[in-house]
Ligand binder design. Sequence first.
Ligand SMILES: *Cc1c(COP(=O)(O)O)cnc(C)c1O
Length: 434
Amino acid sequence: MIRYYSTRDPHKNLVRFEEALLKGLAPDGGLYIPNRIPKIEPEAWLEARSIAEVGIAVLGTWLKDEIPATDLEAIVRDALNFPCPLVPLSDDLFVLELFHGPTLSFKDFGARTMARLMQYFLRQRGERRIILVATSGDTGSAVADGFAGQDNIEVVLLYPKGMVSEVQERQLITERPGVRSFAVEGTFDDCQRMVKEAFVDPELAHLPLSSANSINIGRLLPQALYYLWAARQVNSLGERVGAEINFCVPSGNLGNLTAGILAALMGQPVHKFIAAHNDNHFFPDFLQGKAEAYQFHPTIATLSNAMDVGSPSNFERLYTLLGPEKLRAWVWGTTVSNEATLARMKKTHQTCGYMACPHTAVGLEAQARYRAQTADPTPTISLACAHPAKFPEVVFSALGQEPPPEQALQVLYNRPTRVQTIGPTLQALKAFLL
Ligand SMILES: *Cc1c(COP(=O)(O)O)cnc(C)c1O
């Protein structure tokens, strides 16, 4: 049986997945991690024809004593009902497009699956929840979309005012049943801090608060699936079943990278992870062993705004899972400036005909640097995190042309919006919650 304990609990008290999912953050402020990671034989997903089928096999192993197989299958098929294609850019470099879900970023995988899992458990318990989400752009819309209209769940979104793109903002403030959006006069870190403070505030203790940030283990497990699915596709192309690959992960809060590490610990051979960061360089500093690494930094606003995180929450989880030596040996990191991001968008478009969003471009630039520095010939999968049409301004400044219009975004402009601006304090948030 797989159980979960808090990264801050010296006694490693175990809770069920149901509890870890519904709580999000552990009561001691730590993050839940599994007490063991099941080894999943490649056969379990080698025959899969879709990511949903990978999900049924893999999540089935994780959750088998908590959710009956038929219920889980229905949840996974309903959640992961969109494609995730692998696009070759060269013989040994592939882009995994994770932006074909309803809100056009990889956040849809975790949010949609988590919403359905939560709904499943809440219905059984006859309970309700208020989900607090701090978002740097994409999480909020994915969560709002994934949870909207569930009568036992309300969603409260906090995003940094003026620090998300126009399209992202439109996605966040589009009116949805059961969703309230707040534009916070501060940074993503302020939003994240307000959420964390709300959880431990005695005056809010009577509210059934829960979180849906990537601190929730219920988002990370579904994200591990696309690593397995992509590896399977690359390896079956070259009939290199079970061979090692590299993954390049554009990173902010380090949830996606943690999901990749989980996939690797489940048995997918990974030679190197490449952690691609923008000017928010906490994690690359840590990997390079810089002395000041353990100090978190204030957030710096960049063109890849969904990765603008000065103090990544999942660092604590990664650190506890692997420890510093293993982390430094397995993960190679670099930081990519705005100029280098734009240059890589342009180069990728010119040489491969591929239009990358700024986050994806940070990854492509990082993997190019890694190759140049190491000459490592291992085939690499670089994650494409969001659709370029979400960032038309950045695409235009890199390429001199706008991305083609995207139906899923255009319909948003005909829908009513609802948003309230608040200061960056718990007090301001509390006024609405109470
Ligand atoms: C959330 C997000 C990231 C960063 O992912 P983390 O799990 O926070 O590291 C990167 N790119 C896009 C487009 C995102 O939405």
